[in-house]
Write a protein that binds this ligand. Structure first.
Ligand code: SAH
Length: 275
């Protein structure tokens, strides 16, 4: 990075408005991110050696995160996800806004991350896979969708891009509130967050064109199948006969229920009741 002979900005930074070099742009972003500065006080060497992922940590406001997100989307595409609406939704939703500031530099890795209360934000690759399975069941946008396990709200935000209406339910009050906080800035008018036990679904919103669960139980609760519209599809992790957790797809057809078991997955447990 060639910034050797130039005067480095001081705090607060005063920089030329017209096209600053990348290193300076990152510095500006860091200055405008007080929360991050508080956690990681002004690490100048980090700015100098910034790698693409570090750029996201430095900006934290989406200034440069689009390119890092595009790289994540390309990897997910390489894993076999091809639905353009799903890929566009993953490109649009800023995953770094859903994780703690200390984990921001891992936000665009295809990994689950802790979100508090023993829960995790799902791997983006798995989010993409599951939503693609839902979208594949119908042409165009999904209708009303029920998500069980809001967690930090990331998947709910992705769903809101591909569905007309999303109801997302969380059993842990702390996470329900965290999701509300995380999602506030996005102002997503077609997403409704609910606090309650998703094991019983949400009958008031039924029937659903699609149901997706982010937590896995021993089986698929009957309430979910009851609340699925005819022609609708449910995708959820569940323990199969082999004793391991797999993705399960349930299609509700005019002639009955069709259940398909797919690859093994690792989701947090589906629990009953609220806490
Ligand atoms: N959708 C999240 C993943 C959250 S992890 C994402 O975007 O990454 C799964 C969540 O399911 C946890 O927050 C857990 O508390 C919640 N959960 C487990 N059992 C539940 C139930 N019966 N009803 C509602 N939420 C439940």
């Amino acid at each position: 990075m060639k910034d050797g002979g130039k005067a480095r900005p001081t705090f607060p930074a005063r920089l030329p408005v017209s096209s600053p070099p990348p290193a300076l742009r990152q510095t500006v972003a860091r200055v405008s991110q007080p929360a991050l500065s508080a956690v990681q006080p002004v690490p100048r060497p980090a700015i100098k050696t910034a790698a693409p992922v570090r750029t996201v940590a430095a900006s934290g406001v989406g200034m440069d995160s689009s390119a890092v997100r595009a790289a994540m989307v390309r990897k997910i595409q390489a894993q076999g996800v091809s639905h353009t609406g799903v890929l566009a939704a993953l490109q649009a939703v800023e995953r770094h806004r859903f994780v703690d500031s200390a984990l921001v530099n891992q936000a665009y890795e295809d990994t689950s991350l802790p979100i508090g209360l023993g829960q995790t934000i799902s791997k983006p690759g798995v989010v993409a896979r599951m939503i693609e399975l839902l979208c594949a069941s119908q042409a165009g946008k999904l209708g009303r969708v029920l998500e069980i396990g809001t967690g930090c709200g990331y998947q709910a935000a992705v769903l809101a891009h591909v569905a007309r209406e999303v109801y997302s339910i969380e059993r842990l009050r702390g996470l329900h509130e965290k999701a509300r906080e995380n999602l506030r800035a996005f102002r997503i008018s077609n997403l409704h967050l609910l606090f309650g036990d998703g094991m019983v679904g949400y009958a008031k919103g039924a029937p659903y064109a699609a149901i997706i669960a982010a937590a896995g139980g021993n089986d698929i609760p009957q309430a979910w199948i009851d609340q699925l519209a005819v022609g609708g599809r449910l995708v959820a992790p569940a323990v199969t006969a082999a004793g391991q957790q797999n993705l399960v797809v349930v299609d509700k057809t005019a002639t009955g229920i069709v259940r398909t078991e797919l690859e093994a997955v690792f989701f947090v447990p589906l629990k009953s009741g609220i806490a």
